[in-house]
Design a protein around this ligand. Structure first.
Ligand SMILES: [Zn+2]
Length: 81
């Protein structure tokens, strides 16, 4: 993958992989307007979601809100408070 992995927080709470607890992810936009989604006739089905792919195990975490905060690993997490 071309882009470097990032650290992720949600409302400044560090997010870790739900499988392997790794802290770095690749961000990918995920289109939701697929044929499968159209079956459900959902109003949000034409939106895009944010997929966070674990840099260690590859597990994809899918988010439909825009509360994600991405940080460069070399800078670490932001100061809390
Ligand atoms: Zn993982």
């Amino acid at each position: 993958m071309a882009r470097k992995p990032v650290l992720v927080t949600i409302t400044r709470i560090p997010f870790v992989c739900q499988v392997c607890r790794a802290e770095q992810f690749y961000e990918r936009e995920v289109k939701l307007n697929t044929t499968g989604m159209e079956l459900f006739d959902m109003a949000w089905a034409n939106q895009s979601a944010t997929g966070l792919v674990c840099a260690r195990c590859g597990y994809v975490h899918l988010f439909l809100n825009d509360a994600l905060e991405l940080w460069k690993p070399e800078h670490g997490y932001p100061q809390r408070g």
